[in-house]
Design a protein around this ligand. Structure first.
Ligand code: SF4
Length: 316
């Protein structure tokens, strides 16, 4: 697309004409974040989808997120600009595999990270995000077994913080699993004055919690934060430099909202190729042609919504 300015104007015109709203995840490319009405992490986007009065939602994120928006707002038209924008973590478990796992633990409560398909959510008791996994697990009676899926690192983090014994599905996100403790330690040594912001989905988290616990890493400037927390933290910190251990898309907003501070990714190539599939051109085509609509069968949507509603109740 040659004329970005024209595309932006056209997107804004179509948004008004069709009473549409654009929701973008923090890992989206900068120009998509810039045209969005709302940019946030998974939980905040679910809440925004629930509250909006628009007739149409253009969801700039990955497929399971658009599904969640459609489940929450079944009367709205939910569009995803590229159907191939999937998620390697959500792909690690399907509904059939979950049903088999449940058979092995018939009395267990199932907690699913929001990175799951609608069908997997429909088989779950609770959803959670990285912002509220600990809260959700803590809310379950101590005598109940818990199946936690599909992110093994977030599961390990929730187990550590709550002291609960969880059965954890061995799924991982290829982007976050690629950030290793060695990367963190190297960056810390090179930037001793910087705050280190770590996302609980990172593969490094469980070992880092141990290092912080035994004093090997200074705990006062290491923060375990959700993506939303990562955006907010620099506003209130006295530090001038920040090392960021998550997908690099989040740096766009951190830099934009804190122009006097410096942000450095722990790993330059921590990039989610699925998130980057959405472009300005595709957002425009999506609005023009009203493609690709994401619709969930009613019966699946109703059961999945229960798990999402339970999560939203705990987070409010
Ligand atoms: S960063 Fe990982 S968890 Fe997030 S959408 Fe991409 S593949 Fe899925």
């Amino acid at each position: 697309m040659e004329d970005r300015g024209w595309a932006v104007k056209e997107i804004n015109r179509l948004k008004k004409e069709k009473n549409a709203v654009i929701l973008a995840h923090n890992y989206q490319i900068g120009e998509v974040q810039d045209i969005a009405d709302f940019t946030a992490d998974s939980l905040a986007l679910s809440q925004a989808a629930a509250k909006t009065e628009a007739d149409m939602i253009v969801f700039c994120g990955v497929h399971f997120m658009a599904e969640t928006a459609s489940i929450i707002s079944p009367d709205k038209k939910v569009l995803i600009p590229d159907l191939k924008a999937g998620c390697s973590l959500a792909d690690t478990i399907n509904a059939e595999e979950l049903r088999e796992w449940k058979k092995e633990h018939p009395n267990a409560v199932v907690v699913s990270y929001v990175n799951t398909t609608a069908e997997v959510k429909a088989e779950s008791d609770y959803c959670c995000t990285s912002s509220n996994a600990v809260k959700v697990v803590s809310s379950i009676p101590e005598d109940r077994e818990i199946l936690f899926l599909p992110d093994m690192f977030l599961g390990a983090y929730a187990a550590k913080v709550t002291g609960r014994k969880l059965h954890i599905w061995a799924g991982e996100c290829h982007v976050h699993a690629g950030i290793r403790p060695e990367d963190i330690n190297k960056m810390r040594e090179a930037n001793p004055e910087a705050d280190m912001l770590i996302h609980p989905e990172c593969g490094c988290t469980t070992s880092l919690i141990n290092y912080v616990g035994n004093g090997s890493i200074k705990s006062e400037d290491t923060y375990f934060l959700s993506t939303g927390g990562m955006i907010n933290h620099p506003r209130h910190s006295n530090a001038k430099e920040f090392l960021v251990a998550t997908e690099t898309g989040i740096l766009h907003r951190m830099r934009k909202e804190n122009p006097d501070k410096t942000f450095c990714p722990v790993k330059e190539d921590a990039v989610c190729k699925y998130m980057k599939m959405i472009t300005l051109d595709k957002v425009l085509t999506s609005l023009q042609e009203e493609i690709y609509e994401v619709k969930i069968p009613k019966e699946v949507a109703l059961r999945a919504k229960k798990a999402i509603d339970r999560m939203l109740e705990i987070s409010n």
